[in-house]
Design a protein around this ligand. Structure first.
Ligand code: ADP
Length: 190
C-alpha cells in the first residue's frame, strides 16, 4: 500500500495538492484539520475540545489527535493507501503512526515535504483568510503562532523520517500544476 505524508508549514499547499494525489493514485485523503473542522461544524464533543486549541493556533493534544486518526484509518478497510495531511505534527504522533501502521503490517512509504519560504506562507494565508472563513487564518498573531508551533513541534517530524530514509523535499514554489507534477515524479520513483 502507498502511505504518503504530505508535509509542510501552514499555507504550504498540502490540502490543494492532496486533492490531486488522491485522484491520481486512488488514495484516501485524511486531513486532521478538516476532520476537526467537521466536528466543530457539527457541534460534537471532540469539536468543542479541538476548537479551543485551534482558535489560538495551538496543537490539539496528541492523545485526542492520534485516537481520531486511527479511527479514521480503520473506517477505510478497502483503501489502497492514505495521504496523511496535517498529521503527524509532533514526534509523538509520528511514532504512534509508525507503530499503528506496523501493527497492520504496513509502513509509511515517504514523507513529501513542501518547501515554501515564510514570507510566501504569510501572504498565502492572508489571501486564504478572505475566503476560508477560518478564524485561525484571519488573525496575523494566530498565523505567527502556527508558524512558530510548526518550527518547534512539527519540523522534528522531518528528521524522524529522514533517519528512516523516507524524507523527500519538494519545491513548493510555482504553479499548482508544476508542484503536482513534482509530487507525481517523486511518488512514481518510490
Ligand atoms: P494548516 O496546515 O493551514 O495549519 P490544518 O487544517 O492542517 O491547517 O490545521 C488547523 C489546526 O488544526 C492546527 O493549527 C491545529 O490546531 C489543529 N490540528 C490539525 N492537525 C493536527 C495534528 N495532527 N495535531 C494537533 N493539532 C492539529
Amino acid at each position: 500500500m502507498l502511505h504518503i505524508i504530505l508535509f509542510g508549514p501552514p499555507g504550504a499547499g498540502k490540502g490543494t495538492q492532496a486533492a490531486f494525489l488522491q485522484e491520481k493514485y486512488n488514495l484516501i485523503h485524511l486531513s486532521t484539520g478538516d476532520i476537526f473542522r467537521y466536528h466543530i461544524k457539527n457541534n460534537t464533543e471532540l469539536g468543542a475540545k479541538a476548537k479551543a486549541f485551534m482558535d489560538k493556533g495551538q496543537l490539539v493534544p496528541d492523545s485526542l489527535t492520534i485516537e481520531l486518526l486511527e479511527s479514521e484509518v480503520i473506517k477505510h478497510a478497502d483503501a489502497k493507501g492514505f495521504i496523511f495531511d496535517g498529521f503527524p505534527r509532533t514526534s509523538a504522533q509520528a511514532e504512534a503512526l509508525d507503530n499503528f501502521l506496523a501493527s497492520r503490517n504496513e509502513a509509511i512509504s515517504a514523507l513529501l515535504s513542501l518547501e515554501v519560504p515564510e514570507a510566501e506562507l504569510k501572504s498565502r494565508l492572508a489571501e486564504r483568510a478572505k475566503t476560508s472563513g477560518r478564524a485561525d487564518d484571519a488573525d496575523p498573531k494566530v498565523i505567527e503562532n502556527r508558524i512558530a508551533v510548526y518550527r518547534k513541534e512539527t519540523e522534528p517530524v522531518k528528521s524522524h523520517y529522514q533517519a528512516l530514509g523516507k524524507h523527500i523535499k519538494i519545491d513548493g514554489i510555482g504553479s499548482i500544476s508544476e508542484i503536482s507534477e513534482r509530487l507525481f515524479v517523486a511518488i512514481d520513483a518510490l
